[in-house]
Each structure stands twice: as C-alpha cells, then as structure tokens.
Ligand binder design. Structure first.
Ligand code: FES
Ligand SMILES: [Fe+2]
Length: 364
C-alpha cells in the first residue's frame, strides 16, 4: 500500500486569513473566466463580475473592442456600476457626483468642476487586462499578465484541447446561479473525483456508467473522455428528445463526456449537444457563488421544437446534489478535529489540484 496523499490542512478550507491570501496571490494573478462575449453585443453593454474581493466592469467600446476596469470611480471611489446589461448609452457615469467616463475609460465630464480645476487626462479608470478565446471572456488583475493564449496552453486542464469544436458560435440558452456554504476548493476537489458519484448522484451514474466504479476517468482512454449511455448527448435522462450536435464533434466525441477544470474559477462540462460553464465566485472562506451557463449551437435556440428543460432540470439536480454534499463537507471540515484529510488513489486529480493550488498560492 502506498503512503496516503493528504488534502490541504483544515485551515486552508476555513480560514478568512487564507482567503485574503488567495485574493492576493491567486485571484489577483490568474486569468479569471468572466462570461460570454454574447452578453456584450453592442457598444456600451456592460458585464460586472466579482473577482475575489474586487469588482470588475467589462464593456464593449465604440470600436467593438472589450475594455475592462476596476469598478471604481477615480473621484472618491464610488462603485460605478451595480449590474450587467444593455441600454446605458455611450458613457459610464458615476452615481455619486456624476463624473462620466468614455467606454475607453477616459474621464470626459465632471459636472460643476471646471476643466481648469482638475486634470482629467490623469484620471482615467484603472484598467484591468481583458481578452477572449472562442468568445469566452477572461480578465486578469495582474499588472503584466501572461498573454491569455499562453496561459490557456499552460494551465493543467487546457480547454485548448477542445479547440476543434465550434465553440465560438455557441449561444447561451440559460444561466443559473446558486449560493453554497462551502469553500471554493472543496467544490473544485469534489468536481475532480467520482468516488462520491454512486452515493450522491444515482441519476448521473445511469448515463455515465464509468462513474459507477468511482473513477472519474476511463483508464482505457487517453483523451480524458468517458462514454455516455448510448444515444445520450447531454446531461439528461436516457430517452430524452434529440438535440442538435455541436459543430466539430468527432464520432467519438458524440458518444462521450469531457470535463476540464480551468484553474482557478471555471470548469467546462462538454457533451455533444450542450456545454456548461461553471464559474465559481469565492465570496469568503466558506461561501461560494456558482454561475452556470448552458451553451448550445444556434439552431437549438432558433428552432422552438428543441426543448432544453430536461437538460436543465437534470443538470440542476446534479448541481444541487454536489452543492449539498459540499456544504456538508464544509461543516465537517470546520471541526477542530479535522486537521487534514486524505485522498484515495482514485482522487488523484483532486490531489493534483491541491498541489497546483499550493504552488500558485505559496506558503501561508
Ligand atoms: S465618487 Fe464618482 S463622481 Fe464622485
Ligand atoms: Fe458530483
């Protein structure tokens, strides 16, 4: 028997001090998934995202480029925008003293304060790096981030492995949000193993038979995929109506499920007809918001005969099962008795995640 692999120490899952450290060392340095370009279709459209304890404002500027800023007014610091959406016009106006910024972040109007009173040219919004890949928008708070494509290439579960799929054209069919009383790393570890699947997900193991074994991968395959029950092309009960297949799927892809957890805040669940993104917003050491997008080929949305309710109901059921069990794990981990847990050999991906996390975070 090999020596046990240990989880992180208990404090790493429950301490607000550790959470603050993560905000500085991880959430402020890595590229963080923010949403799809589709929600910023016209100049002036806004997307407000929380990254650790920061709020970031992403806008489409007049030339069609993405811009991102700290969501903070340069005057006296008011938060600029509360919500995402369209129809705000061509400027960003602070709700406090009505200073206005162009969509490129330049201070352009300061009511009741003359141009000779302050130097507007020095008071542009504080910029944040923003880029997108296949219409997935990422932001990075680092002053000089690694280029997004290089970062995507180097991340352990690279989504670039799925570049043969027609990801850019996918459209958002639904977005769901849930609040979980759990540390974000407990959620990632849970996603990375399937020892829990037979007990927690009786419905899921019906459509992904490999998961009945407690293994999250199929050892006979080198591509990371696992077989879906014949005829099932989405997270949905067997016998659900057919849905269009995403462009670029190989014959093997059409019968498979693939997952990619892109450190630190998003994972992709890839089925032949539906891809879901699961974005984690770590609010504190013990609270995480989960935002899920259901992405489908355009024809699925364009034709009313396609009904996604069976997919959404099934996926939300699985998500609730995971969220409930992760909240329960958090309660146990909060015990003074929990100094550290162990990973079984089948938990090897969760163990790799904790090693990668420690490398990025550094010592406490
Ligand atoms: S704080 Fe924004 S205009 Fe004064
Ligand atoms: Fe699960």
């Amino acid at each position: 028997m090999s020596a046990p692999m240990h989880t992180l120490p208990g404090d790493d899952y429950r301490s607000e001090e550790i959470f603050k450290l993560e905000c500085e060392t991880i959430f402020s340095n890595e590229w963080m998934y923010a949403g799809r370009e589709e929600v910023l279709s016209a100049p002036g459209d806004r997307l407000v995202v929380d990254i650790g304890n920061e709020s970031v404002l992403i806008v489409r500027d007049k030339s069609g480029q993405l811009q991102a800023f700290y969501n903070v007014c340069r005057h006296r610091g008011s938060q600029l925008c509360e919500s995402s959406g369209s129809g705000f016009g061509g400027a960003i106006t602070c709700p406090y003293h009505a200073w206005s910024y162009s969509l490129e972040g330049t201070l352009v109007a300061t009511p009741r304060v003359g141009v000779d009173e302050i130097d507007r040219s020095q008071l542009s919004l504080w910029p944040v790096a923003v880029d997108s890949w296949q219409n997935f928008i990422f932001v990075c708070l680092a002053a000089q981030p690694t280029p997004l494509m290089q970062w995507l290439k180097e991340t352990p579960e690279s989504p670039l492995d799925f570049e043969h799929l027609d990801l850019a054209s996918l459209r958002i069919a639904a977005v769901t949000t849930s609040e979980v009383e759990s540390n974000w790393k407990i959620l990632v570890e849970n996603y990375s193993e399937c020892l829990h699947c037979p007990t927690v997900h009786p419905e899921l193991v019906e459509i992904i038979p490999t998961y009945r074994t407690g293994s999250v991968v199929d050892e006979t395959r080198s591509d990371g995929g696992v077989a879906m029950l014949a005829g099932v092309t989405a997270y949905a009960p067997a016998g659900s109506p057919d849905l269009p297949i995403i462009g670029g799927m190989t014959e093997l892809d059409k019968e498979s499920y693939y997952g990619a957890a892109v450190f630190p805040n998003v994972w992709f669940d890839i089925n032949a007809s539906v891809i879901t993104t699961t974005r984690l917003i770590a609010r504190s050491a013990q609270h995480t918001t989960i935002v899920m997008e259901y992405l489908v080929p355009p024809e699925t949305l364009d034709d009313p005969k396609y009904d996604l309710s069976h997919v959404i109901d099934f996926t939300e059921l699985v998500t609730r099962q995971d969220n409930d069990i992760c909240s329960r794990a958090q309660k146990g981990v909060n015990s003074r008795a929990f100094t550290q847990g162990i990973f079984a050999p089948k938990d090897f991906i969760a163990h790799a995640f904790t090693r990668y996390y420690l490398e990025r975070r550094g010592p406490a």
